[in-house]
Design a protein around this ligand. Structure first.
Ligand code: MN
Length: 311
C-alpha cells in the first residue's frame, strides 16, 4: 500500500509521463481489438465474457481516502494478478474532492500494472471539453498547484487521456456498465448493429452525451424527458426493458447520482453505485463485488444487493 501513497510525491513531469503511457495503452488496446481471453475493445465499447470475479466502483470525485479503503478491502494487487478477475470504474474521477489528480494518477498506476483486467470508463467529468458545465474545477485546481504548467498538463496531456477512455462496457449474459445511463433508443433497428454504433461515440456526440449524462426515472406515461441537469435526459422503464431485451444483459450498472452507496430503479434492472464519501457528507459510498457463479445465477428478482459493500 506504500506505492499507493507515492502518487502524492509525483512531479508534474512524472505525472505527464504516466498519463501519456496510459493513453498509449488505451489507444493500443482500441486498435488491437483483443484485450484478453475474455474480452475485446472496440473504441468506446468494451465487451467481455463473464469474468471469474468482478469489482465495480462508482463515482470517486477526488476522494482518495475512499478509493484507498476499497483497494485495501479487495486487496487489489492480489486480486488483479489473476487476469480473469476484473476491476471496473464507472467514471467521474475528478472534481469536488480534494485529490482529483491523485485519484487519476493512482488509477493510471493500477492500469499500467494490470492493463488487461482494470478498466476506467469515462464519466461526464472526463468530457468537460465536449459538454461543458459549471461545476468543473479540475483545470483550475491544476493551475493553482502548478501555475501555467498545470494548464499545459490539462490541455496537452489529460484531455487526450480523457478522450482515450472507453465509455461503455458490456458483460455478456450479465450487464451493461456505463457512467450515466442508457441512451434513448426507441427504434429497435438500432440493436441490429448496436455494438458498432457504440464503438465510435466520439463521432456521435448526441449518443455520447446521453451515455455520460442520462439518469433513470420512474415514468409510467412516457419513455423519456429532458433532464434538469441541462445535459442528457431521464430514461424511463420502457427504454431499459427494450435495451435489456435486445442485448444479452440482465441489468444496467451505472454511477452519476449521489445516493446511499447504491440504489435501484426500473424494477431492480438499473443499479446506481456511488463510491465517493468525503465530498458528499450526506450520502454513503459502496462498491460491488460479485463472482462468476453469482453473476450467472442472477435472476430477475435481482438479489444483487447482497454483493454490495458499504465503505
Ligand atoms: Mn456524473
Amino acid at each position: 500500500m506504500d506505492d499507493l501513497l507515492s502518487v502524492f510525491d509525483y512531479t508534474i513531469e512524472e505525472s505527464r509521463k504516466l498519463f501519456e503511457n496510459i493513453t498509449s495503452i488505451h489507444n493500443d488496446q482500441n486498435l488491437q481489438g483483443f484485450i484478453s481471453d475474455i474480452g475485446m475493445s472496440s473504441g468506446d465499447y468494451l465487451n467481455f465474457q463473464i469474468p471469474d470475479n468482478l469489482v465495480v466502483v462508482g463515482d470517486l470525485h477526488g476522494d482518495f481516502t475512499t478509493l484507498k479503503k476499497i483497494m485495501n478491502e479487495i486487496n487489489y494487487e492480489e486480486y488483479l494478478r489473476t487476469e480473469s478477475n476484473m476491476l471496473i470504474f464507472l467514471g467521474d474521477y475528478v472534481d469536488r474532492g480534494k485529490y482529483s489528480l491523485e485519484v487519476l494518477l493512482f488509477l493510471c498506476g493500477i492500469k499500467s500494472l494490470f492493463p488487461n483486467n482494470m478498466f476506467m470508463l469515462r464519466g461526464n467529468h472526463e468530457a468537460y471539453h465536449r459538454f461543458p458545465f459549471s461545476a468543473f474545477d479540475f483545470p483550475r485546481d491544476l493551475q493553482k498547484r502548478f501555475g501555467g504548467f498545470g494548464q499545459t498538463l490539462y490541455a496537452n496531456t489529460i484531455v487526450p487521456f480523457f478522450d482515450s477512455l472507453s465509455s461503455i462496457c458490456e458483460i455478456n449474459g450479465f450487464g451493461l456498465l456505463v457512467h450515466g445511463g442508457l441512451p434513448i433508443i426507441e427504434d429497435i433497428e438500432f440493436f441490429r448493429n448496436y455494438k458498432f454504433r457504440l464503438s465510435d461515440l466520439k463521432s456521435d456526440e448526441a449518443l455520447l452525451e446521453e451515455v455520460l449524462w442520462n439518469d433513470p426515472k420512474e415514468f409510467t406515461d412516457r419513455n423519456w424527458q429532458a433532464s434538469n441537469r441541462g445535459l442528457g435526459k431521464y430514461f424511463g422503464m420502457n427504454i431499459t426493458k427494450n435495451w435489456l431485451n435486445h442485448t444479452n444483459t440482465k441489468l444496467v450498472i451505472r454511477g452519476h447520482e449521489p445516493c446511499m452507496g447504491y440504489k435501484f430503479n426500473h424494477d431492480n434492472r438499473v443499479m446506481t453505485l456511488f463510491s465517493s464519501k468525503d465530498p458528499y457528507p450526506k450520502f454513503e459510498s459502496a462498491y460491488l463485488e460479485i463472482s462468476k457463479k453469482q453473476m450467472e445465477a442472477l435472476n430477475l428478482t435481482l438479489d444483487i444487493k447482497e454483493f454490495v459493500h458499504g465503505i
